[in-house]
Design a protein around this ligand. Structure first.
Ligand code: SF4
Length: 74
C-alpha cells in the first residue's frame, strides 16, 4: 500500500494540497498548516496509507507543494 508522508513542521499553509485532494487533507484552524486526515505521526513526519488508485493524484500534490515536504512511497 502506498504512503503519503508529510514533513508537517515545514508546511507554510499554502493550501494547495487541500485544494487538490480535499478528502485527504485539511487545513488546521490552530496553526494554519495542512494535516493529513487520519494520518499517524512517525518520527518527524505524518504518514497516511492510501489506495493505489489515489497514488497518481498524491504524486501530483507532492510535486505541487511549494516547499517540497510531501513524499509518496509506493
Ligand atoms: S502544499 Fe505543502 S506547504 Fe502547502 S499546505 Fe500542503 S503541505 Fe503545506
Amino acid at each position: 500500500m502506498p504512503n503519503i508522508v508529510q514533513y508537517r513542521n515545514k508546511c507554510i499553509g499554502c493550501g494547495i494540497c487541500f485544494e487538490m485532494m480535499p478528502g485527504i487533507w485539511r487545513m488546521s484552524k490552530k496553526d494554519g498548516k495542512a494535516t493529513l486526515l487520519n494520518g499517524s505521526i512517525k518520527k518527524q513526519a505524518s504518514v497516511l496509507p492510501i489506495n493505489h488508485s489515489l497514488s497518481e493524484n498524491a504524486k501530483k500534490v507532492a510535486k505541487a507543494c511549494p516547499v517540497n515536504i510531501i513524499k509518496v512511497n509506493e
